[in-house]
Design a protein around this ligand. Structure first.
Ligand code: HEM
Length: 125
């Protein structure tokens, strides 16, 4: 369990690091963003992040409630992916990229808060 948990955290860190790197590339209009490895690796990392998450949910058997912190993480992960898509693919303006970027990073910070506190609203302890 703890090995998978460590891997899960590593995949999460790789995911946000890669996203920040691609966000900077997009803001600086770099052709590097079109590199093949930058198109493929996020999908591999995010799939591994999700697979490890599903394993942790099943192994932890902590899913009897309908809306607990795990559900919050799933919803927030979808939101993070949405902001990421907007930032890197759909946004055509510099302002749009910046706002999408900030919202994605804030969503990621929220997910880490949920993960560490196991609370849906991490700041209301
Ligand atoms: C960007 C997405 C995610 C990030 C940044 C993230 C981050 C983390 C972190 C930092 C931990 C370690 C918490 C601790 O032990 O202090 C953790 C554990 C865990 N995460 Fe995630 N996670 C993400 C996505 C998900 C998703 C989508 C799910 C559910 C489908 C999930 C389920 C879990 C579970 C079950 C644990 C183990 C909790 C335990 O039993 O201690 N994670 N995650």
């Amino acid at each position: 369990m703890s090995i998978i948990k460590n891997l899960h955290v590593i995949f999460a860190l790789l995911s946000i690091t890669g996203f920040i790197y691609r966000g900077f590339l997009k803001l600086n209009n770099a052709d590097k963003l079109r590199a093949k490895w930058l198109k493929i690796s996020p999908h591999i990392i995010d799939t591994l992040l999700l697979v490890s998450a599903i394993y942790l949910v099943i192994a932890g058997q902590n899913y009897p409630e309908i809306f607990n912190w795990v559900t919050a993480k799933i919803v927030a992960l979808i939101v993070y992916i949405g902001f990421g898509l907007y930032t890197l693919r759909f946004s055509k303006t510099r302002g749009g990229v910046l706002i999408g970027f900030l919202l994605a990073v804030m969503t990621f910070v929220y997910i880490v808060g949920v993960a560490v506190t196991k609370q849906v609203w991490p700041l209301m302890l």
